[in-house]
Design a protein around this ligand. Structure first.
Ligand code: ADP
Ligand code: ADP
Length: 228
């Protein structure tokens, strides 16, 4: 479970996140939806403490991240796998090399890194492209590599920050199906941050709607989304 309690973050005069309390149950696909500038990215960075909130607490799997020192945070952050809009892959490395990268700093042996990378690439349907260069892949394939990399370190949560925004509708659909499958097969909690209500409607179990840094609605999809 991820629990945010009374979390706030200001940048100068702007309340980017304003007294947000949210509970994201384990094993759900949970959407955080709002327009550009609503505070979604700030909230995403706060969930794994890339950004410290000014006040409030963040708890992931019973560990209160906000009480940890920087040196202990690094291990705690592994609970959360991040997938980004712009993929953030290294063009100089092969597809496999990008996935292995996630395991290079934690003492995993070379052989285990390779096996784990292959397993994750198989999972996302790219096992046959392990030796390819990243730039040979389509946008959707690159996003799958980003997902494989995020999964490599065995997180309990997969956090996707606008990860389908740069993709065409068809590719978006297949990536969203992949998130659902990862949720189902690996039991991961998936946190989808998006400005697209359609993404939430098609994919999420529950969602929170944020406006100007505040949660204005949250709950199971049937209750939150009132179609006009
Ligand atoms: P979203 O991801 O929903 O587009 P953001 O979290 O990026 O929203 O931004 C929320 C608000 O906080 C915006 O007004 C934005 O300009 C402001 N903001 C975000 N990050 C910073 C920053 N590093 N410095 C100053 N203002 C910021
Ligand atoms: P997104 O909305 O997808 O986060 P942006 O281009 O708005 O993308 O923001 C990119 C980065 O710039 C983020 O890290 C965000 O926190 C930061 N940022 C956003 N608004 C501001 C701002 N007004 N001043 C400084 N940094 C900002």
């Amino acid at each position: 479970m991820i629990a945010l309690e009374h979390v706030s973050k200001r940048y100068g005069g702007v309340a980017a996140v304003d007294d947000v309390s949210l509970t994201i149950p384990t094993g759900e696909v949970f959407g955080i939806v709002g327009q550009s500038g609503a505070g979604k990215s700030t909230l995403a960075r706060i969930v794994n403490l890339l950004e410290r909130p000014d006040s409030g607490t963040v708890t992931v799997d019973d560990v209160e991240l906000t009480s940890l020192r920087e040196s202990d945070l690094r291990a705690a952050r592994r609970r959360i796998g991040m997938v980004f809009q712009r993929f953030n892959l290294l063009n100089s490395r092969s597809v496999r090399g990008n996935v292995e990268l996630a395991l290079e700093l934690d003492g995993t042996s070379r052989q285990d890194r390779r096996a784990r990378a292959q397993e994750m690439l198989d999972l996302v349907g790219l096992g046959h492209r392990a030796d390819a260069s990243v730039h040979e892949l389509s946008g959707g394939q690159q996003q799958r590599v980003g997902i494989a990399r995020a999964l490599a370190a065995r997180p309990s949560v997969l956090l996707s920050d606008e990860a389908t925004s740069a993709l065409d509708p068809e590719t978006t659909t297949s990536i969203l199906e992949l998130y659902r499958r990862i949720n189902r097969e690996l039991g991961l909690t998936v946190l989808l941050i998006t400005h697209e209500m359609d993404v939430v409607k098609s994919t999420c179990d529950s969602a929170a709607l944020i406006e100007a840094g505040k949660v204005v609605e949250q709950g199971r999809l049937v209750d939150v989304i009132k179609t006009p």
